[in-house]
Design a protein around this ligand. Structure first.
Ligand code: DGL
Length: 274
């Protein structure tokens, strides 16, 4: 397929569930004419507390399915945990660009820091992988990065609880090391954390800039489409398809609240039993 044949092919994105919709929102806003397929693996969510190998296998299976079923022109791994442990393997599997959320997020973080003391928070899987530390060392050399896993944050968001006293107490405890490190900017290195921004912001204090990966990832998608000559022209609004491996109805109801009016219908896809 030539680059111009690929223009109408969709951008395919996936996450363990609906958290990656923060990235989908940014891509839709920046590139409204692009066709998009979003896959939320809610049947196997959460990824953040799973074994590294399991997340790699799930990510590879989803990527193969997206390629076979939707022939996308690009894959966006809209999940920090999957980006942290599976990106290289996915890139070697397919012949279309694969974009993760780690590097774009870090780039934003490095742009906003004045002191060079920065923080990143994420799931246990993401932080334990060391992927942020390695990428930061590559991108910025001597940056002073404090990283901290925040187990429990995702579950609060899932319950729709983003500002209760309980979540604040947890945030105070988990964020203490990044506060003590006197970072001036903090990367929300998990797709769910933007929903906790108010609570995290209160705990960290006004002077700390909170950075999310979504916008910068959308810019990276645009940059690569332009580079590969596969940007869809300013024809008509793009189509959007949403697929969930779990209950499609509940995905539509929660996902619709998070994403907005574009989520009119959710298709389901079941993984064959092993
Ligand atoms: N999507 C995951 C991430 O960004 C968070 C939810 C999960 O643990 O699956 O790391």
């Amino acid at each position: 397929m030539t680059a111009s044949d690929r223009r109408d092919q969709p951008i395919a994105m996936f996450d363990s569930g609906f958290g990656g919709l923060t990235v989908a929102r940014a891509v839709i806003d920046l590139l409204p004419t692009e066709n998009l397929v979003y896959f939320g693996d809610t049947a196997r969510y959460p990824y953040g507390s799973r074994d590294r190998r399991a997340v790699q296998e799930y990510s590879a299976e989803i990527t193969r399915w997206l390629i076979e079923k939707h022939q996308p022109k690009m894959i966006v791994v809209a999940c920090n945990t999957a980006s942290a442990v599976a990106l290289d393997e996915l890139r070697s599997m397919v012949d279309v660009p694969v974009v993760g959320v780690l590097e774009p997020g870090l780039r934003s973080l490095l742009k906003v820091t004045a002191s060079g003391r920065v923080g990143v928070i994420g799931t246990v899987g993401t932080i334990a992988s060391g992927a942020y530390r390695m990428a930061a060392a590559e991108m910025a050399g001597e940056v002073d990065l404090t990283s901290q896993a925040c187990p429990g944050f995702v579950e609060f968001v899932e319950r729709g609880d983003t500002e209760s006293d309980q979540v604040k107490v947890l945030a105070q405890r988990l964020l203490a090391p990044v506060r003590d490190a006197r970072v001036d900017s903090l990367l929300l290195g998990c797709t769910h954390y933007p929903f906790l921004a108010r609570t995290i912001g209160e705990v960290m204090g006004r002077d700390v800039v909170l950075v999310s990966s979504a916008d910068e990832t959308a810019f990276e998608v645009k940059r690569l489409l332009d580079e590969f000559g596969t940007t869809r022209g300013p024809s008509s609004a793009g189509s959007r398809r949403f697929v969930s491996s779990g209950d499609a109805e509940s995905f539509a109801s929660l996902g619709g609240r998070l994403l907005g009016p574009e989520m009119t219908h959710v298709e389901s896809h079941s993984w064959a039993a092993p």
